[in-house]
Design a protein. Sequence first.
Length: 261
Amino acid sequence: MRAGLTAGHSITITVGDLPICTYAYGAALPRLARLRTLTGAPLASTLTWTPPHADPGRADHLTLTELSATASTATVAHHLRWSAVDEWRSLTAALAGTDTWLLLFENTLTNVSGRPLPLTGPSLSLTGTTTTSSAARTDWRAAYDPEFTLVVVDDTANLRHPPRWPSGLSPAPFSTGAVTLEADRTVAFRYAVVVAPGDHDPGRASALAALGRDALAGPLPTVTRGHVCRNEHPRRGPIHRTRTRVLLRQCENHDGTPPTA
């Protein structure tokens, strides 16, 4: 895989000669668009994530902290600032078979407003999908098209897991009530998005969701993150136990020299 800077503060990830997505990290609303399956079928979907509180404002990109690729993965990470929160974000694309790839989205969010911040809104939005809405609580949802199957998986350590899905593939963990993030406290979110060729077989969707769960489970780094808001996860261990090494390195170690962009 390759990850290369393109015009307009964006990065395009390619597999061979096929571009599979473009991430506009410098936009006021950073977004992942121009998604394609590994067979080249385009998806009309756009993935965005905004802080889940009232009036998040626009994002100001501060620095690109990771831009790397191997034969089977590509990672983009950056530091950005919203009106009330400071965010570190990482997106890793990975091959998951001959016809499937997945995106691991993860971030940490710190309340820098100086006051308690109610988390009330949606967390992740994936537009352009045709799945019906659902009020059920579940850890994954799928959308089907003749050309692609798209699955979003919620991490078990996310707040209010499993979430409701009132708008297609957009999880809404706070639809049953707000969670307060105190000043200077940090919370984490993680999702896996799996992209495969079209297939309306529910069994195939379940298998793709399992791929997403495996990606979210990953290795368990032993890094201490005492400032993470652990009280929001009373039934699970510390958030750092499911963070990837890439994002931990960017959040904890500021001594490295980031790429310029």
